[in-house]
Design a protein around this ligand. Structure first.
Ligand code: AHM
Ligand code: MG
Length: 280
């Protein structure tokens, strides 16, 4: 696992440089989910594939930016699914973005995730590693230094509601309104890495990306985005749900499957479960 973490650290140094100097224009390609890829998405993907190809413990990789699984080492133990640069369209407006990694054994299912890592590129570069616990590291003078463990409180005060309000189901809208009426503050940048990072570091709250009238299965991808953060939130003492059950229990039939998702501290996720159960 250490060799994988070292590859991710090196990728963060290279991706930071690319974010600062690279081309944020559109490419002519679309990814498997139909999004137009930026040249930056592709360049970050190339960096990661090159670094992962040198790590003997990696059996296979799959990137949000590619159609298929890439086999690396037959005798490798780990499978890695990653989003090289989530929220890449935010680079142009100079908001924070991130890389997300889910590390799996045997197959790419929520059940078999064994670690997750994300890197936030903001005013600072930080890396959060979830294994038995959740650890925050910061890039300081070219090296990642351990800063602190991350533990969620039982209840927070931030609310990050994703998607478009006019596509929300009425019970979802009522729930989000109730949460605001209870004094929660709106914190939503449109980048799931910084938005989820903020909730983790400020102690708790709710991030939601529900199934909507235009996207009944949500927008966020299970392998690359949803499972890694579900693992991190659970290890930090919070919960991650699709509204009915643990996200890590949902079945994946295709590598690019999406799922409605809710991440938060216990109080907020229990509230989501209650509302969704009443409207099942
Ligand atoms: P991307 O992988 O194409 O960058 O999209 C993922 C991003 C997440 O970072 C963010 O939470 C979400 O899309 C925002 O979507 P919306 O603007 O619909 O709320
Ligand atoms: Mg993404």
């Amino acid at each position: 696992m250490n060799d994988i973490l070292n590859a991710i650290k090196q990728s963060a140094i290279e991706i930071k440089e690319l974010i600062e100097t690279g081309d944020t224009g559109k490419s002519e390609n679309q990814n498997a989910t139909g999004d137009t890829q930026l040249k930056l998405d592709i360049a970050c993907d190339v960096i990661l594939e090159k670094l992962f190809a040198k790590v003997p413990s990696i059996k296979a990789i799959v990137s949000e930016e590619q159609e298929e699984i890439v086999e690396l080492n037959k005798d490798g133990k780990y499978l890695i699914a990653y989003d090289p640069l989530d929220g890449s369209s935010l680079v142009d407006v100079n908001l924070s973005v991130g890389s997300i990694f889910g590390i799996y054994e045997n197959d790419f299912t929520g059940n078999n995730i064994v670690a997750s890592v994300y890197v936030v590129f903001g005013p600072r570069v930080e890396m959060v590693v979830a294994q038995d616990d959740v650890k925050l590291y910061r890039l300081l003078k070219g090296k990642f230094e351990f800063i602190q463990n991350i533990v969620l409180k039982e209840k927070g005060n931030l609310n990050a509601p994703g998607s478009t309000q006019n596509c929300w189901a009425p019970h979802h809208k009522a729930m989000i309104d109730d949460i605001f009426n209870d004094g929660y503050r709106l914190r939503y940048s449109g980048g799931m890495v910084p938005d989820l990072h903020q909730i983790l570091l400020k102690g708790g709250g709710l991030f939601s990306y529900p199934g909507t009238s235009d996207k009944p299965k949500g927008k966020l991808r299970q392998l690359f985005e949803v499972f890694p953060f579900a693992y991190t939130y659970e290890k930090a003492g919070g919960q991650a749900s699709d509204g009915f059950k643990r996200l890590l229990e949902i079945k994946t039939s295709h590598i690019h499957d999406t799922s409605p998702c809710f991440f938060g501290s216990n109080s907020e996720i229990n509230r989501v479960l209650k509302v969704y159960k009443e409207h099942a």
